[in-house]
Design a protein around this ligand. Sequence first.
Ligand code: NAP
Length: 448
Amino acid sequence: MPIRVAIIGSGPAGFYTASALLKDCPNCEIDIIERLPTPYGLIRGGVAPDHQTTKKVANKYEQTALMERVRFYGNIEVGRDVSLAEVRGLYDAVVLAIGARSDRKFTIPGADKPGVYGSAAFVGWYNGHPDFQNLDPHLDTSGVAVVGNGNVAIDCARVLMRSPYGRARTDLPTQVIEAIDRSPIHEVHVLGRRGPADAAFTNVELRELGVLTEAEPRVRAEQLPSDVDAALAGYEKRERRVRQRNLNTLAEYAERAPSEKPKSLHLEFFASPVEIIGDGRVEAIRCERTQVIDGRAEGTGSFFEIPCGLVIAAIGYRAEPLDGAPFDEARGIIPNTSGRIEAGLYAVGWIKRGPVGVISTNRPDGQQAASHIQDDIPPEGDPSKTGHQGLEALLHERARRWVCFDEWKRIDEMERIAGGDDAPRRKFVSVDEMLNALDNDHPEAADD
Ligand code: NAP
């Protein structure tokens, strides 16, 4: 008997686990269960639409998905269509690769006003994620505040500030392109509660802001550290080098001569939001000026306001608990020891270690889970585990429509064709649209 493994979630962490299992565990059969009809998690729904090169890593995941020992069950949500307990009953090992799909709570007074969005929602909206297509963000404003100094904050700012020509060449959904093109936004303020030396964004992303054709990055020279060594003292050597590069780029921005570009992207540091102001909707964000003491932002008692009609809180993501698995509310992860939750149940990616790190950070998680599975599960597997046969029987019984990998490939092809000559693709943005397109493409599938 094979060892039957279910991987729940088809983002990078899920695919690196599948690929490690294929390599190291010749007796494994792997079923990837994904709640959307589309695979690849944050590669599709998180990575910025103008970072198509980054998205090419999905070609590698596709090679994994096409291996004979791998199956894909899209449009099946564990916790809705099947329970985790049921999946565990069918498989020798279950790997949770469910990520962190919600927003960390932004709790300042006024943060519940219309016009304030978390970045998971805003990025989901512009990336065509079906969960966020009704967001309808308030783009009828000239000013935007993006709270946070991570790469997601930079992505949001850049997508809003790109030229219509640049946006049209991304895979942003048509209605998103139209909405942003129509918008009068011309000032975006990215707010860091600490200083420029403490920003979490990386240098490649920061430098992209310097080559936007319609927007100029603006940095105030007086916010840059006069004593760089002191500002970087709390960081280890490698980190220091990375941050030094950011400081150099920011210094270059600060020195730029006034430009003719019609839009401005302000990088404002030492600015901790304390209140969203507005009657019925957002009119301004009130911030306290901070100073950084021992690496922490401390308020100075001095306040200022930035007029804006849209606030995006890009302050990090938050995982959601899954019925049948433990959850550490404070850390927002499933408690685990190096990826092992208990024998037979494993965690990889952001649900294992929190919402930080780039795509490749997930690779060792997959290798670790694969190695635990080989240590914990007898090589002959448990004959009572029926794997995909049991899963399909259960789904048939419940009349659940799953999307297999071949069907995803058809969705993929239709989206690429819809992109025409200029754009990489135009995405389907609702599950119904995807299923209808599949069923109309091959009418016999409707009778499945
Ligand atoms: P992040 O890197 O953790 O950044 C979160 C930012 O929010 C930090 O600047 C943090 O400031 C700030 N913040 C947190 N709570 C706040 C509050 N209450 N008020 C004001 N500011 C607050 O998170 P992320 O940007 O969501 O990115 C998640 C991960 O994905 C990161 O590892 C990122 O590098 C990665 N990513 C990479 C790329 C890329 O490679 N192009 C693109 C997108 C995302 P403090 O530092 O002061 O806490």
